[in-house]
Design a protein around this ligand. Sequence first.
Ligand SMILES: [Ca+2]
Length: 168
Amino acid sequence: MKSVRTHLLALIGIVIAIAPLTAPPATAVSSATVFLRVGPEGFAVPNHWLVDNPSVWLIDPLQFPESVTTPGYAGCVLSVSDADADGRVDGAELLDTARDAGCITDWASQDTAFGRFVTTIDGLEQTGGGLVTWWFLQLDGKGATSGIDDWDLQDGTSVDAIYYLGPL
Ligand SMILES: [Ca+2]
C-alpha cells in the first residue's frame, strides 16, 4: 500500500514538474473578437434603456440592432486587429475598428496622468457643470482601471461604453 502511495506521489511530482513545460507559451495577439455595447444611463434616460446594474442591459443593442441608429447607442461584434503590432489589442484599436465599421460615428479621447480616456462617442461629449456627463467604460462588466492604450483585449471580451448623465 505504501508502495502505491509512493508511486502516486512520485507521479504527481512528475506531472507538476512537467506542467510548466507543456503549458502553451504566452503569444502575442494579432486580433481579437470583441463585443462592444454603447448606451446611456442616468436620471435623464428613460429607465427602460438600462437597468441599475449597467453590466446587465435590459435592451441589448447586440440583440436588437434596430435600436443602434439612436446616437450614443450601438452594439456590434468586431474582429479587432493589433494595428500597431505591439502584441496587444487595445481600446483605441477597438474604437477605431468600430468607427470604420460604422458601429459608432466617431470617438475622441483625452490624455491624463493615468492614461488616455474616452471623452466622446457618437458625438456625445463629456460635459461639466450643472449637468455632468461622462463615458464610463467596462471590460467584462467591470470598470476599466487603466487608459484605453493599456488594454489587452482577448477573444470574447465584452466592452460596455456607458454615457452617464447626472446633476453635479
Ligand atoms: Ca496594439
